[in-house]
Design a protein. Structure first.
Length: 188
């Protein structure tokens, strides 16, 4: 399968400690392989702790703190999952505002596994067709989303997937949406 060309596009990866490592590293590599520039944005500078399930894995260097990051500088946003990551990130007001800004600007957003919790907090799930890890289905429905159980769902520039087993489909659709750029239907 041909990969979309996103040469010259800057992609923000928003995460914190507890990220499910493969949900960061696989899309990150896909962005790089397609010619894009991934940037790790986090609530605090320094390093973040990745996890493989419940086990600590690698650490990752933060490129820019979310309070210093300007959403206008990025072409798209990727939200990796992980229960701890997603739960802590949705409690960070600067992270919530950063994510919402991508919807306000009609830019592509890709969220996998538990990451759609941030979409609820940002007020961007209502009326959207999406998927996530199955334990978030009720939360997303209660927030007004139309939750479906599929490996990947695309709704006007919003790409969502359920878990690491869906990464191949997630990465392919994420790159397609980034290559297409702005989506008029992508809004909060």
């Amino acid at each position: 399968m041909a990969t979309a060309d996103i040469s010259g596009k800057k992609v923000a990866f928003l995460l914190t400690d507890g990220v499910e490592q493969i949900e960061l590293t696989s899309p990150w590599q896909a962005v790089q392989d397609a010619g894009g520039q991934p940037v790790l944005v986090a609530p605090k500078p320094g390093q973040l702790q990745g996890f493989k399930g419940t086990d600590k894995a690698d650490t990752f260097d933060v490129d820019v703190a979310v309070t210093e990051a300007d959403p206008a500088d990025y072409d798209a946003l990727v939200l990796p999952g992980g229960v701890i990551n997603a739960d802590h990130l949705r409690a960070e007001s600067a992270a919530v505002a950063f994510a919402r800004a991508f919807f306000d600007a009609h830019k592509p957003v890709a969220a996998i596994c538990h990451a759609p919790w941030l979409l609820i907090e940002a007020g961007t799930a209502d009326g959207r067709r999406l998927t996530s890890y199955h334990t978030l289905a009720t939360d997303l429905r209660n927030a007004g989303a139309h939750w479906v159980d599929r490996e990947v769902v695309v709704d006007h520039g919003l790409v969502t997937s359920r878990s690491p087993k869906d990464l191949a489909a997630f990465n392919a659709r994420m790159l397609e949406e980034i290559a297409e750029a702005a989506h008029a239907g992508q809004n909060a």
